[in-house]
Design a protein around this ligand. Structure first.
Ligand code: ADP
Ligand code: MG
Length: 238
């Protein structure tokens, strides 16, 4: 559960075409990174997949099902925002429980699920704290906890580590890779950081001005970049 296919996907804002024609097939369980310079359309592409933007043309299929016009909640994808997207007035417990509560789940079911998720993310000691009383890494784990509580088929991350300092970024990177190894869910991870892309991805989509220039494994991108842009961006020898 969790293959994603983009078929001739297009997005324009007024007269500005941001994504002209995106075609991509992501396999179930893959860790895919969208990488490219600022403003190239990474977030827009991710938001289209999440259902937060309506495409101008083309189709999105999840597990073969056409979800092009489906509401975000019906796509079984969890979007992980940056750490500041936690609800500041709620405890860690309430933040993690929130999606289940919104879905109308019973309190005892919620309690069991929150315990499970908090255990797997080492957050048990912090359930009663407010986000502001947590470290950056702990806050990030709460955001991930809130995303995994509904057992989505896939995760979408939009530069989730860009607000963290360098040391924490490295440890969070490892943590997200661990999470992928454990859950085996499809993950799409957006970053403008080549090192992050090369170390985390099964496959990387290198984007430039709204186009996917190449979609390949880190090793293939390095060895056989499709063009000068990819070579320059990845830092390979071409
Ligand atoms: P990235 O995430 O790679 O930095 P974005 O997807 O955020 O790039 O933006 C790509 C382009 O689309 C930019 O030129 C940006 O100004 C434009 N854009 C993004 N969202 C909107 C919007 N809601 N309305 C108008 N233009 C937008
Ligand atoms: Mg962005």
């Amino acid at each position: 559960m969790g293959s994603i296919k983009l078929d001739g996907l297009k997005k324009a804002f007024g007269s500005q075409t941001v994504i002209p024609d995106a075609n991509l097939e992501i396999a179930d369980g893959e860790f895919v990174v969208f990488v490219g310079p600022s403003g190239c359309g990474k977030s827009t592409l991710l938001r289209l997949i999440a259902g937060l933007e309506e495409p101008t043309d083309g189709r999105i299929l999840i597990d073969g099902r056409d979800v092009t016009h489906a509401a975000p909640a019906r796509r079984k994808l969890a979007m992980v925002f940056q750490s500041y997207a936690l609800y500041p007035h709620m405890s860690v417990y309430q933040n993690i429980a929130f999606p289940l509560k919104m879905a109308g789940e019973k309190a005892d079911v919620i309690r069991v699920r929150v315990q499970e998720v908090a255990t797997s993310l080492d957050l048990l000691p912090y359930l009663e704290r407010r986000p502001r009383a947590l470290s950056g890494g702990q806050r990030q784990r709460v955001a991930i906890g809130r995303a995994i509580i509904r057992q989505p088929a896939g995760f979408l991350f939009d530069e989730p580590l860009s607000n963290l300092d360098a040391a924490l970024r490295v440890s969070m990177r490892t943590e997200i890779s661990e999470l992928h190894r454990r859950l085996r869910s499809t993950m799409i991870y957006v970053t403008h950081d080549q090192v992050e892309a090369m170390t985390m991805a099964d496959r990387i989509a290198v984007m430039n001005a709204g186009r996917i220039e190449q979609f390949d494994t880190p090793l293939e991108l390095y060895r056989r970049p499709a063009n000068m842009f990819v070579a320059g961006f990845i830092g390979s020898p071409k």
